[in-house]
Design a binder for this molecule. Structure first.
Ligand SMILES: Cc1ncc(COP(=O)(O)O)c(C=O)c1O
Length: 448
């Protein structure tokens, strides 16, 4: 092919791309103009994706590249994310659940100097999203449940020390619904007893504790970019750490368990280590291709580059999203304050600055109304509600036969199972919707 022919193709492709991206924007504008809120008719969602033409264009652009698997957009996303979080190493995965699975599995990797082993104990909470707990079970570890605090819904740090035994190796918990857990106390205990800390930050991106971002305290932290979360890729997740060896094991576990730490599409045919055919590994022929050496029992949990294209654009909007979440939370809280005789309203610790995922409400023992009645009323009035995940997961059918230990009692966890629900504060919720939701709660409670 001649140089002129190549230039012509490049120019035509560029022109076609621009036209497609312009049409994408037009489609976005068309849909956007049709959106209105009709109280009592439109649904007030508990969460949802908030985006504009930029995300659609970025994803379309990525599709047009037709790279498909993880590539330059994945690298760009993780580099932007690391800069935001001020962390050293990170990787993208296909969900927050995968991030948790990779995190716990990496801490069990035989390539660590001090890996967790089957039968070791991990302190956690029974008020949980299932896939915060599942990787503990999937790796043959024993969960030790401590209770949560009333109103913060977080692990009660004052109950952790009495749960520690010689078998305890880690503390794993979520910053529940974006509300930061008591990180100074948890970090102090982890240092004192030499425990790993795994911070499930899936609901708490942009939340701070003592001025420091959630997800930057532990040995490893995890994030979800599912559509309901602070930013989204549709489905997606990430994992961060400052420990190079832990990062390499996490990467290996994400990518089939291979020893090689080349990124997909690595430019250097000799690999990132520059020594692809030069390794000597016991039991394998000398120089066996390092790309096919397996040092962990792994999975394949990579997302697509197309998802990361969306993530890059969403990250730019995070600060604005958090501002709206905080304003919506405050707006709703101010309206609900007068109903404190019915509800335990959410609270956060003095050093915590939550970017709330949602507004949790717990009906007081003395309350004359039931959660079921209220939730049914709200749903009938087009207001979405959700339970606080599994409630007390020990009571869930799938967990009847798991091995676990309870330290102390789970009274607050049990209360959540019976009496807590949450409603939305996500950035797609407008002041008009906040008024509508508050009016409906007022109207329901007026009868009592
Ligand atoms: C605390 C917590 N951890 C983990 C997850 C799992 O994330 P994903 O849905 O991306 O798998 C969720 C899900 O919403 C969550 O709330």
């Amino acid at each position: 092919m001649s140089k002129t022919h190549n230039t012509l193709i490049t120019n035509t492709e560029q022109q076609l791309r621009e036209e497609i991206l312009e049409k994408t924007k037009q489609l976005y504008d068309l849909r956007k103009n049709g959106e209105t809120f009709e109280p009592g008719v439109s649904r007030v969602h508990y969460a949802g994706r908030v985006f504009d033409e930029k995300e659609m264009q970025a994803m379309v652009d990525s599709v047009l590249d037709f790279w498909l698997t993880l590539g330059k957009r994945g690298n760009r996303f993780i580099s932007d994310f690391l800069s935001l979080m001020g962390m050293r190493f990170g990787l993208v995965v296909n969900s927050g659940s995968s991030a948790n699975l990779v995190a716990v599995s990496a801490l069990c990797s035989p390539a660590l100097s001090n890996p967790m082993k089957p039968g070791d104990e991990v302190i956690t909470t029974a008020l949980t999203f299932p896939t915060t707990l599942n990787p503990i079970l999937q790796n043959g570890l024993i969960p030790v449940f401590v209770d949560v605090e009333e109103g913060t819904y977080n692990i009660d740090a004052s109950k952790i020390e009495e749960a520690i035994t010689e078998k305890t190796r880690a503390i794993m918990f979520a910053h529940t619904l974006g509300n930061p857990a008591e990180m100074d106390a948890i970090t102090e205990l982890a240092n004192k007893y030499n425990l790993y800390v795994i911070e499930d930050t899936c609901d708490a991106l942009d939340s701070l504790y003592d001025g420091k971002r959630c997800g930057t305290f532990g040995d490893i932290s995890t994030f979800s970019f599912y559509a309901a979360h602070h930013i989204t890729m549709g489905e997606g997740g990430a994992l961060l750490t400052n420990n190079l060896n832990l990062y390499r094991q996490a990467l290996s576990i994400r990518d089939w368990g291979r020893a090689c730490y080349c990124q997909t599409g690595e430019e250097n045919p000799m690999g990132a280590c520059g020594n692809r055919f030069g390794h000597v590994i016991e039991g394998l022929p000398e120089g066996y291709d390092h790309k096919y050496v397996y040092s962990n029992i792994g999975y394949n949990l990579k997302p697509l580059d197309i998802q990361c294209a969306m993530g890059i654009e969403q990250l730019k909007k995070l600060a604005l999203f958090s501002e709206k979440r905080k304003a919506n939370f405050t707006g709703l809280y101010d309206r609900l304050k007068k109903h404190e005789s019915f509800f335990i309203l959410p609270r956060s610790l003095p050093k915590a600055e939550p970017s709330w995922f949602s507004m949790p409400l717990t009906l007081r023992d003395s309350s004359v109304i039931t959660r079921r009645e209220l939730v049914q009323y709200l749903e009938d009035h087009r207001i979405e509600t959700r339970m606080l995940f599994a409630g007390n997961i020990i009571k869930q059918p799938a967990y009847k036969n798991i091995s676990y230990r309870i330290s102390g009692n789970l009274n607050h966890t049990e209360k959540v199972l019976n009496d807590t629900f949450f409603i939305g504060v996500y950035p797609g919720i407008t002041p008009e919707m906040i008024s509508y939701v508050s009016d409906q709660i007022d109207a329901f409670l007026e009868a009592y």
